[in-house]
Design a protein around this ligand. Structure first.
Ligand code: 4AD
Ligand code: MG
Length: 471
């Protein structure tokens, strides 16, 4: 009988030898010596690989030529203290079996490949040390997000992915229609009578009887749920057709959006700060091995920088103070800072990277540059806040919401937004509309902060950016 399979992560941490162990994974390298081969086996469970000693002549070893880099391999044997340097344990195999050979041309060889090369190999790159570590940390951080909210009485809610509203009002929508996209039509099928073709398919009526799009934010629906359940959060995909080909924008990303009744703007910033600190702390505690890779090869000093983030306080300044700082800096900006205009990326980076050298909240922006739902203040500002962090820029954007119906209606009119289309949102202000606040945190940007990875394309398994839909 076969022993039950073990994960490499568990075997490497074993505190005693294991007379019979079974592992399965992918061959990273094979090196032949007299009478046996060394094989590095990685199963994705951790950064480390398990060294196998595969003696000639054991069952399965006759297929040794198939034990090549990339092949899927099963090995059974004794976990014994290693003679070699750099590892405590190795597995002396008594039987091996190639479960899936890797034919010639396997593109991942034992050398460092560039990020650009690996983006072209997104279907395989999770098998490298670096991308394995990214995606394990992604999972760890996702779990930490849920734990943070659960501990604070927030309910996880699911808001629609297909919507009829444009929460941010920026028009960066992907429209949704029924039927196959034109390029995927089978040859010869008549165009007429197909769902999604002809009249009413795109934009106009179609499946839902009105235009539909992929959500840019679950906020408006989350607000309705917060005004019933008290504290809620979403953690799901958001889609934006903004054509900004930057290292910080993706067309599809995951957003965490808490919304809490009776929270004001200060509570909102406390919550955002608490969340980021919690996730960074969890990564340092539970992801130390994977983080060490980024500390060595991606951003030297990363771990110390993350620890520093947790140590210091995070200043909170107003938009006006931010512009004052920018103007006084004498900094040479491509776009000179002007009161009343939105902060540019270069301004945000100056504030957190040069001036404060750490995370900083900027709040109370001019109403004129913000969406309709933010709470209006005296003097033409709204109760908005952004959290800016070094190297990532804007990590969080949020606000206290306008709960006063007349003010909300006046603002919508000003922006030319049709109140009829948002009757359900306005109802929440008609009946028991309470003060409430929330924010959106781009999960990938949080991962960029945690790992030091400078491009959003490298923290998403299969990124969607303009012109990129291969995998
Ligand atoms: O600042 P944004 O646009 O805010 C909202 O959508 C609000 N409705 C959120 C809320 O209050 N519930 O987006 C929130 C965050 C940004 O701070 C950024 O981290 C991230 O989402 N984000 C993106 N991340 C990757 N790619 C993009 N194209 C992103 N656009 C926004
Ligand atoms: Mg924003």
């Amino acid at each position: 009988m076969k022993p039950s399979p073990s994960l490499v992560a568990a075997l490497l941490k074993s505190d005693s030898p294991v007379p019979r162990a079974l592992v399965r994974g992918w061959v990273r390298t094979r090196r032949d010596a007299k009478g046996f081969s060394f094989v590095e086996l990685n199963d994705g469970s951790c950064l480390g690989s398990l060294q196998l000693i595969v003696p000639e002549g054991i069952p399965g070893a006759e297929g040794q030529k198939d034990i090549t880099t990339g092949a899927a391999l099963e090995a059974e044997g004794e976990l014994a203290p290693s003679q070699g340097k750099g590892q405590r344990w190795e597995l002396v195999a008594s039987r091996v079996k190639v479960l899936g050979p890797a034919g010639p041309g396997y593109p991942l060889q034992k050398k460092r490949h560039s990020d650009e090369f690996l983006r072209e190999k997104a279907h395989l790159r999770a098998r490298t040390n670096k991308f394995g570590a990214v995606f394990r940390l992604r999972s760890l951080c996702s779990g930490a997000v849920h734990a943070f909210f659960r501990e604070r009485g927030f309910f996880h809610v699911h808001t629609p992915i297909i919507t009829g509203n444009d929460c941010e009002g920026a028009g960066e929508l992907f429209s949704v229609t029924a039927g196959r996209p034109a390029a995927a039509q089978p040859c010869g099928e008549p165009a007429e009578g197909r769902p999604g073709s002809g009249e009413g398919a795109a934009g106009g009526g179609g499946f839902f009887g009105r235009p539909a799009s992929l959500t840019v934010s679950g906020q408006l629906e989350a607000e309705l749920l917060a005004l019933a359940l008290g504290r809620v959060y979403t953690f799901g995909p958001a889609f934006r057709a903004e054509n900004s080909n930057t290292p910080r924008h993706a067309a599809e990303f995951w957003m965490i959006e808490p919304e809490a009744a009776f929270f004001d703007l200060e509570d909102d910033m406390d919550l955002a700060e608490g969340l980021v600190r919690h996730v960074v702390g969890a990564a340092l505690r539970e992801g130390a091995e994977d983080l060490s890779l980024f500390d060595r090869f991606v951003e030297p000093g990363l771990v110390r920088r993350l620890e520093g983030l947790l140590g210091g306080g995070w200043p909170r300044i107003s938009y006006r103070e931010a512009v004052d700082i920018l103007l006084a800096s004498g900094g040479r900006f491509e776009f000179p800072p002007v009161y009343g205009s939105d902060l540019q990326t270069e301004h945000e980076r100056f504030l957190c990277e040069t001036h404060f050298r750490g995370p900083v909240f900027v709040s109370r922006y001019p109403a004129s540059i913000k969406p309709f739902y933010m709470r209006q203040e005296e003097g033409g500002t709204v109760g908005a806040m952004d959290l800016l962090v070094p190297r990532v820029g804007e990590l969080v954007g949020g606000s206290q919401r306008e709960e006063r119906l007349p003010l909300l209606l006046a603002r919508m009119e000003e922006l030319g937004q049709d109140p009829e289309a948002y009757w359900w949102y306005l109802d929440s202000r008609r009946w028991g509309g309470a003060p409430h606040s929330g924010f959106g945190l781009g999960f990938e940007r949080l991962l960029m902060l945690v790992t030091g990875v400078p491009n959003i394309r490298d923290v998403i398994p299969f990124p969607r950016t303009p012109g990129n839909l291969e995998f």
